[in-house]
Design a protein around this ligand. Structure first.
Ligand code: AMP
Length: 401
């Protein structure tokens, strides 16, 4: 397969480099309250600036629905970024038009400009031709470092690439493609995949794709209850999708045919009531090994025997990919299984460990083991689509070497 061009393949000195970053950060009181996404782009920005590029940054923030709305301004990102880079970041109050072009034409080597939210125009999400051309006029080179937005064909992720000659991946994007792509396509074995979360329907395509690559699949979360139904078990009031039982059965059959070990929970934490908003549960108990979940009870986490089973598999893995929590980890009483899995992944220091985006990222951060795992994807929907084997428009649009 052709390799995506990255900024390492380019000469960027003196060039106007238009970087699509992911600065979709939470704001509180006009300040950035979690700067991890900004920090994530620093390697790319420092690489470009050390080589004397003129860096023009663009991003979306929130969902302003195609209208200018100060609530979603990227201005707070400019000051945060300037602190981190140790150099001024000029914030422009628009992302297109004559004033923006004028400001960019005044830039010197090593200057940084941040454009206003690209979603202030409906053309962004509609992948408008005019906006794509206007953005392209700002650039000698286009760089995409926003993996989390690469599954959408928008003006700033796809349209613009049709009008810029040189289009490359940034270093963060490169890392995403390496871990979610190369390491799962040609994994060091055994390759153990841990999948959890709410619904089989959200993840069935990922399951299908990974059944071609993995040696072992460990299933937790509410998703496991649909599989439990598929093997004739009872799940009481647990969250499940009876209309997906056939799909689950087909996945189990595929696993058997391919010799992929497919492990479901052997015990569960069950509760007779739950209040998600208050983060409380009613009466709770563990099921015995192999015991069905009775009516009036719902499964909210994997039990300790399952943790042990999963831990053993994770300990012997050379590659681990984890997507989706093992239970309702937002409630402390139901979080043990998820955190135990996080601990087990972190404890296997010799393996390539990949946290595949979304809620598992929140879970690993909350567990305190985030620093100890290999790679944490910045993409939610994008990482799932990529793992499904889909082509991401924002990646496909980049040059290859
Ligand atoms: P997903 O976005 O598919 O990865 O699903 C994440 C959500 O699944 C989290 O909000 C969890 O609370 C939820 N979840 C995990 N296990 C269960 C369960 N046993 N019952 C209900 N929800 C669950």
């Amino acid at each position: 397969m052709a390799k995506t061009t990255t900024i390492r393949d380019l000469d960027v000195t003196g060039k106007r480099v238009l970087v699509r970053a992911d600065f979709n950060v939470p704001l509180e009181g006009g300040k950035v309250s979690d700067d991890s996404r900004i920090a994530g782009t620093l390697p790319t920005l420092e690489y470009l600036l050390e080589r004397g590029a003129r860096v023009i940054l663009m991003s979306h923030l929130g969902r302003p629905k195609g209208k200018k709305d100060p609530k979603y301004s990227l201005r707070p990102v400019a000051s945060d970024l300037a602190d981190k880079l140790g150099r001024p970041v000029l914030f422009l109050e628009d992302c297109r038009g004559a004033k923006v072009e004028e400001a960019v034409s005044q830039m010197q080597d090593g200057n940084v400009v941040l454009l206003e939210n690209v979603r202030f125009y409906p053309d962004e999400e509609q992948n408008g031709e005019e906006m794509s051309k206007e953005l392209a006029r700002l650039a000698d080179v286009y760089v995409n470092d926003a993996f989390g937005s690469a599954h959408r064909a928008h003006a700033s992720t796809e349209g613009v690439t049709r009008h810029v000659d040189i289009c490359a991946a940034g270093l963060l994007m490169e890392k995403e493609l390496k871990f979610l792509g190369d390491h799962t396509a040609n994994p060091d074995r055994p390759f153990v995949v841990i999948l959890g979360g709410a619904k089989v329907s959200d993840k069935i395509n990922v399951i299908q794709a990974l059944l071609d690559k993995a040696d072992t699949l460990l299933i937790g979360g509410a998703m496991a209850y649909t599989f439990a139904l598929a093997v004739g078990r009872k799940v009481g009031g647990s969250l499940s999708e009876p209309d997906k039982v056939e799909v689950a059965r087909a996945a189990l059959k595929k696993a058997e045919e391919r010799g992929v070990k497919f492990l479901l929970p052997v015990d569960n934490l069950i509760v007779d009531a739950i209040d998600f908003d208050a983060r409380t549960v009613g009466e709770s108990r563990l099921t015995g090994e192999g015991e069905d979940i009775p009516d009036g009870w719902e499964g909210v986490d994997i039990g300790p025997k399952t943790v042990e089973l999963f831990r053993n598999e994770i300990a012997g893995a050379k590659t681990v990919l984890w997507n989706g929590p093992m239970g309702i980890f937002e409630i402390e009483a139901c979080s043990k299984g998820t955190f135990a899995v996080a601990e087990a992944v972190a404890a296997n220091e010799g393996c390539v460990s990949i946290i595949g985006g979304g809620d598992s990222v929140k879970a690993i951060k909350k567990s305190g083991y985030a620093e100890k795992v290999g790679f944490i994807s910045t993409g939610g929907g994008a990482s799932l689509e990529f793992l499904e084997g889909k082509t991401l428009p924002g990646v496909d649009a980049l040059d290859t070497v």
